[in-house]
Design a protein around this ligand. Structure first.
Ligand SMILES: Cc1cc2nc3c(=O)[nH]c(=O)nc-3n(C[C@H](O)[C@H](O)[C@H](O)COP(=O)(O)OP(=O)(O)OC[C@H]3O[C@@H](n4cnc5c(N)ncnc54)[C@H](O)[C@@H]3O)c2cc1C
Length: 386
């Protein structure tokens, strides 16, 4: 067991931190953080032109061929430098949920057509699975793809799709066969401007506002047979691959945000005096700080350990689910503690602690809610004991 980073990893973290601090902390002339679609485009272009949109993509497709752990070190460094977790979420969904699955499962023709553009950031990717009646119960999806001469016709609607309003390419799951559960699901590469596709901006979220999301309506969209990703009935395998990377990769953002919040808390508790001494000198405050730090470190260890199993080619799905659940719960617990330690100033609408809490809450739900992760992990552990 070796917890020491290599010198190459140290350099990767340093470069990501420097890049984030110089290019990704957008402040307008009044000192307010820039938000909205214009900020998104500026940040995206900065990442694209510096090689941060294709971190896990192979070098021959124009990416940086980083392992999952190394990608996570980059995302954690950017989040701890104070980059908006919403924007990072979008950048991560493009790579971990879309590009990686295409790279792993796609045919040579599909990879030649898309991987280079995804890596260069000139094409933005999204994974479209969830539906109104199919959230945690993913395979209850109603969107259908019917085989016709020359391809498949897809009809249905996807909701809560990260990147939908900015995406050019959807990895979209639909039912092709009336067999139970996962087996009848296939995945298709669907272009945002294909005839019959309409994308609607989603409602405003309380957190992760820097990540565009929306719904995708498919009104008899014709795609070619070559647009099928992973073969007929192979949609669940594509989804599983995406979820493995997403449940680790996206959660490195939460790790970085936790670290940033912890550092901000320590500074505040040293500077603010009550009863004639710094707040940090109160035993109860010190205990709260110690617990925050323990959660930061435990979350980090669990997540990187789970990610290593993917890099080693022996994905431990139970460990991945438990790590995902732990990180998101720990992030929310720390966010509540941080808000309290900042007192009244912490509960202001635009305070850093309110934003941190709002940004962390969705992590408990997306990529499968905490209770669903516990269910998956328990089922896998029981199966392993048989
Ligand atoms: C910010 C954000 C981004 C997202 N991005 C995408 C995306 O890019 N692509 C995509 O396809 N989807 C995306 N989603 C959707 C996400 O995958 C779903 O929200 C998630 O799977 C939960 O589904 P649901 O919201 O319908 O909740 P439900 O399935 O209705 O579940 C609600 C709650 O019920 C409980 N619950 C449900 N089932 C069980 C069970 N079997 N055991 C125990 N408890 C259970 C859990 O507490 C759960 O939180 C995103 C969601 C969010 C919040």
């Amino acid at each position: 067991m070796n917890f020491k980073l290599t010198s190459e990893q140290e350099r990767l973290i340093e470069a990501a931190g420097k890049f984030a601090s110089s290019k990704l902390l957008l402040i307008d002339p009044d000192g307010e953080a820039l938000t909205g679609r214009r900020a998104f485009s500026t940040l995206w272009e900065a990442c694209a032109s510096s090689g941060y949109t294709g971190l896990p993509v192979s070098a021959n497709a124009g990416g940086r061929a980083l392992s999952l752990v190394d990608c996570m070190l980059v995302f954690e460094a950017m989040a701890s430098a104070g980059v908006d977790p919403g924007f990072l979420f979008s950048l991560g969904a493009h790579q971990f949920a879309a590009a990686v699955a295409l790279a792993k499962v796609g045919t040579d023709q599909q990879k030649d057509a898309w991987l280079g553009r995804l890596a260069a950031g000139t094409c933005i990717g999204a994974l479209a699975v969830s539906e109104n009646e199919a959230g945690s119960d993913t395979y209850a999806m109603k969107t259908r793809a019917v085989e016709v001469d020359g391809g498949y016709v897809i009809r249905g609607e996807k909701i809560w799709i990260s990147n939908a309003p900015v995406a050019n390419l959807f990895l979209l799951c639909a039912r092709t066969d009336d067999v139970p559960g996962a087996w009848g699901i296939s995945c298709f590469l669907v272009l945002h401007d294909a005839t019959g596709v309409s994308v609607e901006e989603g409602p405003t979220k309380a957190g992760l506002q820097g990540a565009p999301w929306g719904s995708v309506v498919l009104d008899d969209v014709l795609v070619s047979k070559e647009a099928m990703l992973g073969g007929r009935g192979g949609g669940a395998a594509v989804f599983r691959e995406s979820m493995r990377w997403e449940r680790c990769g996206l959660y490195a953002i939460a790790l970085g945000a936790m670290r940033k919040s912890f550092d901000d808390c320590l500074t505040h508790l040293r500077e603010r005096h009550q009863f004639g001494k710094p707040l940090i000198e109160n035993d109860v405050v010190a205990r709260s700080v110690a617990l925050m730090k323990t959660r930061c470190d435990a979350a980090r260890l669990l997540l990187y350990q789970a990610a290593s199993s993917i890099d080693d080619g022996q994905a431990d799905d139970a460990a991945i689910s438990l790590a995902k659940a732990f990180v998101s719960e720990a992030a929310v617990t720390n966010a509540i503690a941080a808000q309290e330690l900042f007192g009244a100033s912490g509960v202001l609408e635009n305070s850093a602690s309110s934003k941190f809490l709002n940004d962390m809450l969705p992590f408990r739900v997306l990529s499968g809610p905490t209770d669903v992760q516990y269910k998956i992990a328990t089922r896998l552990m029981l199966r392993a004991k048989r």
